[in-house]
Design a protein around this ligand. Structure first.
Ligand SMILES: NC(=O)c1ccc[n+]([C@@H]2O[C@H](COP(=O)([O-])OP(=O)(O)OC[C@H]3O[C@@H](n4cnc5c(N)ncnc54)[C@H](O)[C@@H]3O)[C@@H](O)[C@H]2O)c1
Length: 392
C-alpha cells in the first residue's frame, strides 16, 4: 500500500468523527472517502464540511462491503466500538478505534481475537500519548532522571464533567460501564505508557455524590424553570451544538458515579492512585511519578513539569522547572486536544501505508479498560481488591 493515498471510512461521523479534518486531505496521504452514521443530518453535514463526494450510508455494513475503502475509523459511542471494530476487521480493514476500546473486558478480548484472526491491525485512539507533557514525562522516566519508579499519583479534575458527561449518554452505566473507562482510560493508559508497566491489582471507592436526582428523564435545560439559577445549566452552550447533550444532569436515570478514588498495584511493585471527580470547577490533570532518585510532576495550567531530585535535607522548591511552552507550539490550538489529534491521525495513516505496528497497540486499550472495569466492580463491592484478569 506504500505510496498510495489511503481511503478511510468513518463510522460515527459527527462528534469525534470530526477527526475527518485531519484525515481528509485530497493533496495528502489520505482522504475520507466514506461515512456511516445513524443520523442522516450528520451525514449531510459531513458532505458540507468534509467531502461532498463521499459515499454516505445509514448502514455501516454498506461502507464495510466497499473494496475502495482501505481502512476504517470507529468513532461511535463506546458501547458500539466492539461491534463496529470487529465487523470492520472481519471485512479485512485495519481499524482506528477511539477510546475506550470497549465497555467490557470480554469485549476487548473479542476485539483482540478478531484482529489476530483477520490479520488486521487495530489501533486505539489514545491521543494523550501525543501530548507534549506526556511525552516529556516519559522521556524523563526513561532517561533514569528519577530512578526506578515506585509510585504514581494521578488527579483528574473533570470540570467539564457536567458539560460533557452528565447531560447525555455518558451518564448511564449501560452506555459506558464506568467513567473510569470513558474518561479515566486515558489516564490509566498514560500511567501504563510512562511507566512501561501494566496494572495487576485494583480497588476503588466512589459514588454518585453530586449529579442524579429526581428530575424527569426527558427534562432538557432549555425547558427548565431553573435555567437562570442552575450552575449546571448548559442550554446556551449545548442546544445548537449537541442537542442530545442537554438533558438535566439531575434526572432520575443518571446512575454512573461522578466521584472515584482508585488504588492500583502495577508490575514491578509500583503503587498508584487515580482520583477522578466530575464536579470540580476546574479542568486539568495532575500526574506525579516518584522514583528512587526523585519525582516529577506536571502542571497543566502552567504547562510546566517540575523535577525534584533526592539529596540531603528537604527540597522545598523543584530542582528543575521545564517550561513546555517552547516545546509545545500547538498547545493553543483551539481544536484537536493540543495538537495530539493531528499526530495520532497521521500515525494511523502511516501505520497502514507503511505496514507498521500499531503506534498505540490494542493491548494497551484492553489493559486500561480492564482496570476501569475491575475498579468499578470493586467500587460496587465495598472496595474489595481485584486482580486484572488474564486475556481470555
Ligand atoms: N480520544 C479523545 O480524546 C476523544 C474525545 C471525544 C470522544 N472520544 C470518543 O469518541 C467516541 C464518540 O464520542 P462522541 O462524543 O463523538 O459521541 P456522539 O454521541 O457525538 O456520537 C458520535 C457519532 O456517532 C453517531 N452514532 C451514534 N450511534 C451510532 C451507531 N449505532 N452507528 C453509527 N453511528 C452512530 C452519532 O450520530 C454521531 O455522529 C466515544 O467513544 C468517545 O469516548 C474520544
Amino acid at each position: 500500500m506504500k505510496d498510495t493515498q489511503l481511503r478511510i471510512g468513518i463510522i460515527g461521523i459527527n462528534g469525534r468523527g470530526r477527526l475527518s479534518r485531519y484525515w481528509h486531505d485530497p493533496d495528502g496521504k489520505s482522504i475520507v472517502a466514506a461515512a456511516a452514521d445513524i443520523s442522516q443530518y450528520n451525514l449531510d453535514q459531513f458532505r458540507q464540511y468534509g467531502n461532498a463526494d463521499a459515499f454516505c450510508t445509514l448502514d455501516y455494513h454498506e461502507l464495510l462491503a466497499r473494496d475502495d475503502i482501505d481502512a476504517v475509523a470507529v468513532t461511535t459511542p463506546d458501547k458500539f466500538h466492539e461491534e463496529h471494530a470487529i465487523a470492520a476487521l472481519q471485512a479485512g480493514k485495519p481499524v482506528y478505534c477511539d477510546k475506550p476500546m470497549a465497555i467490557t473486558i470480554d469485549g476487548c478480548d473479542r476485539m483482540l481475537a478478531a484482529a489476530r484472526d483477520a490479520h488486521r491491525k487495530l489501533m486505539i485512539g489514545f491521543n494523550m500519548r501525543y501530548m507534549t507533557f506526556v511525552r516529556k514525562m516519559k522521556e524523563l522516566v526513561e532517561s533514569g532522571e528519577i530512578g526506578q519508579i515506585k509510585a504514581v499519583w494521578i488527579r483528574h479534575f473533570v470540570g467539564m464533567g457536567t458539560l460533557y458527561y452528565f447531560h447525555g449518554w455518558h451518564a448511564l452505566r449501560a452506555n459506558c460501564t464506568s467513567l473510569l473507562l470513558q474518561k479515566g482510560c486515558h489516564d490509566i493508559d498514560v500511567m501504563h505508557f510512562v511507566t512501561g508497566r501494566y496494572t495487576r491489582r485494583v480497588a476503588a471507592f466512589g459514588g454518585l455524590d453530586y449529579f442524579g436526582g429526581d428530575k424527569p428523564n426527558d427534562l432538557k435545560c432549555e425547558n427548565c424553570e431553573l435555567t437562570a439559577t442552575c450552575p449546571d445549566d448548559v442550554h446556551d452552550l449545548m442546544s445548537a451544538k449537541k442537542p442530545d447533550r442537554q438533558y438535566c444532569a439531575f434526572r432520575k436515570e443518571v446512575d454512573i458515579p461522578d466521584n472515584y478514588v482508585t488504588i492500583m498495584e502495577l508490575d514491578g511493585g509500583i503503587k498508584a492512585t487515580y482520583n477522578e471527580c466530575h464536579f470540580t470547577p476546574d479542568y486539568h490533570r495532575n500526574y506525579v511519578f516518584i522514583g528512587t532518585k526523585g519525582r516529577i510532576e506536571n502542571n497543566e495550567l502552567e504547562n510546566k513539569i517540575w523535577i525534584w531530585r533526592r539529596r540531603d535535607g528537604q527540597n522545598r522548591q523543584p530542582d528543575v522547572t521545564i517550561d513546555l511552552g517552547e516545546l509545545d507550539k500547538n498547545r493553543l490550538e483551539e481544536v484537536g486536544h493540543g495538537g495530539s489529534d493531528a499526530g495520532i491521525c497521521a500515525d494511523f495513516v502511516d501505520m497502514v501505508l507503511e505496514d507498521r505496528d500499531p503506534p498505540v497497540p490494542a493491548l494497551a486499550g484492553r489493559m486500561s479498560v480492564a482496570v476501569g472495569c475491575m475498579a468499578q466492580k470493586s467500587l460496587d463491592n465495598g472496595g474489595a481488591p481485584y486482580d486484572i484478569p488474564a486475556i481470555g
